[in-house]
Structure formats: structure tokens, C-alpha cells
Write a protein that binds this ligand. Structure first.
Ligand SMILES: [Zn+2]
Length: 244
């Protein structure tokens, strides 16, 4: 009987039943792969058909490709299961020190909080000094009633611009602010990759939102299984331990 299977965005086949089963053993197709043969009303996942191995036993989702496989054909590494095809990529990632998908070590709220305070402290120092200098020099120039308009604009620009630049520059360039670096934590995408400047910018503004709602956006990290604050949810980022 001729079987067809659907992988990489296209129909493959026809193949004989034995070949189809061999493809699954070699992880070319997974138990989730849609298959079809004459007599079937529609395409169906391989594991729901009579062609699937009788003794499937427990199945797991591959941490790399996200497909379903029988445990017996997979390899377990810490909390992750990996299929035969993905095994080389998976261990390559580990060798390179990149946390494999699904095995993030999320930064604790305590570490994030200390990083937050450290960044806040750094920003107070960076922004207060120029503000004092501007205010002081205006006073020295003999202005008695309030600051001249250019000095006020400069102060507002410093108070808003420096924190934005600080957050976006460090997160976009290094994946972490100095406070986060100090605490050895970093911001990554859901795939574990570095965040772009665009995402860092989005996250900066989302973070303001987290703070505006009485810091509830920050507190959300407490009850999120992936320790995501509101701004992490909006920007699909995770805060993880840098050397994990
Ligand atoms: Zn896989």
C-alpha cells in the first residue's frame, strides 16, 4: 500500500508501509507527522494510524524540533528529551555553552531585584551629576527666578534620555544592563538568542508600563512559571542565569 507523509512543507511519497515505519525509526518523520494512504478520509498524525508501531509506550516532545517521539527512541538530558535527529545539534549547543531550548535557568526574583537596585543607583549618579551642574551653573550666572528654558529642557532630556539609552544600549549590545551583569543574569529571547536593539527598545517601553501599574507588571514574575514580568511577556523575553 502506498503511503504519503507530509514533512518540510510538502507531500512526500509514495512509500511502502515498511519504508514509512523505517522513516519513523530513523526520526525522518515523527509520531506527529501527518500521513495518508488510500482509504483514509483525511491526513492524520502517524501515531493515530494502524501503521504506527504497536508498542508506542510513553512519548515525549523533542526539546529541539518540538515533535513527538516515543521515549524509547529519545535521549533524556536533565529535564529535556531530544530525538535522534536533533541529538547532534542539541549537544553542540551544550558544548558551546548555549542553554538548550527548554532548559533555561531562570534568574531568581532576588537577583533581578538586586540588579534593578544597582541599575537604579547607577542611573541616579549618572543623571544627578549633570543636573546639578546645569542647575548650579545657571545659578552662578545670576538667574534668581527659576531655570532658563534651555536648562530645563536639558534636564528633562537627561532625566528621560539617559535611562532609556542606558537600558537600550546595554541590553541591545550585551543582553544585560550593568546591574544584570553584576548579578550574572541576562535577557534572552524565547529561543535563547540575544535580544536585538529593536526588542531592547520595545522592552524598555514595556518596562515603563510594568512600573506604571503599581509595579504589578514586575510582580507578575513571581507567579509566572518562566518568571516573566509583564514586559517579558509583551516582548517574549526571558531573564536567565548568564553562565547556565
Ligand atoms: Zn527533534
Amino acid at each position: 500500500m502506498a503511503w504519503y507523509y507530509y514533512i518540510n512543507g510538502g507531500n512526500q511519497g509514495p512509500v511502502e508501509l515498511a519504508e514509512l515505519q523505517r522513516l519513523q525509526e530513523r526520526s525522518v518523520i515523527s509520531l506527529d507527522t501527518p500521513v495518508w494512504t488510500d482509504g483514509m478520509a483525511d491526513w492524520a498524525p502517524f501515531h493515530t494510524t494502524a501503521a504506527a508501531p504497536a508498542t508506542t509506550g510513553p512519548t515525549q516532545t523533542c526539546a529541539e524540533c518540538g515533535k513527538l517521539f516515543p521515549e524509547s527512541e529519545m535521549l533524556q538530558y536533565e529535564n529535556s528529551w531530544v530525538c535522534a535527529t536533533c541529538k547532534p545539534i542539541f549537544f553542540q549547543r551544550i558544548k558551546e555553552g548555549v542553554a538548550p531550548k527548554g532548559t533555561f535557568v531562570y534568574a531568581t526574583i532576588g537577583r533581578r531585584f538586586i540588579a534593578f537596585i544597582a541599575d537604579w543607583f547607577a542611573l541616579v549618579i549618572i543623571t544627578v551629576i549633570p543636573v546639578i551642574l546645569i542647575g548650579g551653573s545657571s545659578a552662578l550666572l545670576g538667574r534668581r527666578s527659576g531655570l532658563p528654558i534651555y536648562a530645563s529642557i536639558a534636564i528633562i532630556a537627561i532625566q528621560w534620555g539617559i535611562p532609556a539609552f542606558y537600558e537600550i544600549f546595554f541590553v541591545g549590545k550585551f543582553g544585560a544592563t550593568p546591574g544584570k551583569m553584576l548579578m550574572k543574569i541576562k535577557i534572552v529571547t524565547a529561543e535563547g538568542d540575544r535580544v536585538s536593539y529593536a526588542r531592547a527598545t520595545g522592552r524598555y517601553f514595556a518596562r515603563i508600563l510594568s512600573g506604571l501599574i503599581l509595579y504589578i507588571g514586575f510582580l507578575m514574575a513571581f507567579w509566572d512559571p518562566e518568571k516573566r514580568a509583564l514586559h517579558d511577556r509583551i516582548c517574549n523575553t526571558r531573564v536567565v542565569v548568564a553562565d547556565a
